[in-house]
Design a binder for this molecule. Sequence first.
Ligand code: GAR
Length: 247
Amino acid sequence: MTKLNLAVFISGSGTNLQALIDKRNSGELLADIVVVVSDRPDAYGLKRAERNNIPTFVVDYRKLLRKFPERHQAYYHAEEKIIGILSNFKVDYVCLAGFMRLLSPGFLQVFKDGLVHRVINIHPALLPSFPGQHGYEDTFYYGCKWGGITVHFVDEGEDTGPIIGQVVYPIWPDDSLETIKKRGLSLEHGLYPQCINWIARGFVQVQKLGNRIVTNITDPHYSAIMEEMIKKALSSKHERCDGGGSG
Ligand code: GAR
């Protein structure tokens, strides 16, 4: 087992970052968070990191997009800055936690490790359904009866990389977008640290299957862990509304 050094990238509230910090602080995460990078100066997650003495850096993409006429130029400069920042730390994995920017193939190449990149992402939908920036909205307004959360290795596509872990949650008839987001987020906070721990323990095998790269989780407790997560997702039904809805 190796303790991993993580760089966590955020754009907003940072509740996933907080979940990782909490698990690190309680010794349940087999990783340390060595640096946090945000693409926005106003991301609340920066405060969460600062409160926990984690170095933070802002690479202001919006500013760069105003400065450079071409989007790819702005992204190139942003990523150059990020790579410079990360080079001051020993980073094993980059964890995207609500980071709303795509990373270029050039950036990913820096983290190439065999068949995958050492960059992982959490996405609020059951991939390959509903990639992009609005996983909860797309799931809910499609009328899905189950939603899902996915943690995956990042590849050159948008939310297309090899899946590490997934969990589903029910969408009940009286749910709203807000209630499913709440249900999903609480699952995200469990799934992300779990997937990081699987990587740290060497339980994530990467292999080629046909023309896709896939993972196989070799944790002997895999089914018990998944059962626990699904149970949690199902039991959150009872917290969903004020008094009504039984039967
Ligand atoms: C989370 O729901 C995460 O899955 C999602 O952004 C939210 C960030 O919340 N990520 C994406 O949609 C990436 N495509 P947080 O800032 O509270 O962790």
